[in-house]
Design a protein around this ligand. Structure first.
Ligand code: FES
Length: 127
């Protein structure tokens, strides 16, 4: 379905729904293997990652939409404490130091955050 120029099946949320310097989880798609990911807001930019830790493959959060350390400076995996840079997803401390979260390519159109169509096509078999 199209909403103006936006493919609504790729819409995650409105940009305004992500708190300044905060995070927001999402599930996109249906069936047994939807895409589970999260967004982080860094000033005027937004980054997206698959919600799967490179250490043991667990989801990073325990509570909905809570993916960051208390000071909102880093992404935290609640399973074993790995810490990741918000801008890059690179693990700076913990059991998977030196590895990275899988990025989700995003587009922001008319104030809505969507998964990039090309990225989603490349992931069809992965979720
Ligand atoms: S699963 Fe994330 S640190 Fe172990």
């Amino acid at each position: 379905m199209q909403m103006g120029e936006i493919d609504t099946e790729r819409v995650i949320c409105a940009l305004a729904e992500i708190p300044d310097n905060g995070s927001r989880g999402f599930t996109l798609g249906t069936g047994d293997w939807p895409l589970r990911g999260f967004l982080v807001r860094v000033r005027d930019e937004v980054r997206g990652y698959v919600n799967r830790c490179p250490h043991a493959g667990h989801p990073l959060n325990l509570e909905p939409h809570r993916f960051l350390t208390h000071d909102d400076s880093l992404i935290l995996c609640c399973s074993h404490g790995a810490l990741f840079e918000k801008q890059t997803g690179y693990c700076v401390a913990g059991p998977c130091a030196g590895e990275s979260l899988e990025s989700v390519a995003l587009e922001v159109t008319d104030g809505y955050v969507t998964v990039a169509a090309d990225w989603l096509l490349g992931q069809v078999d992965a979720f």
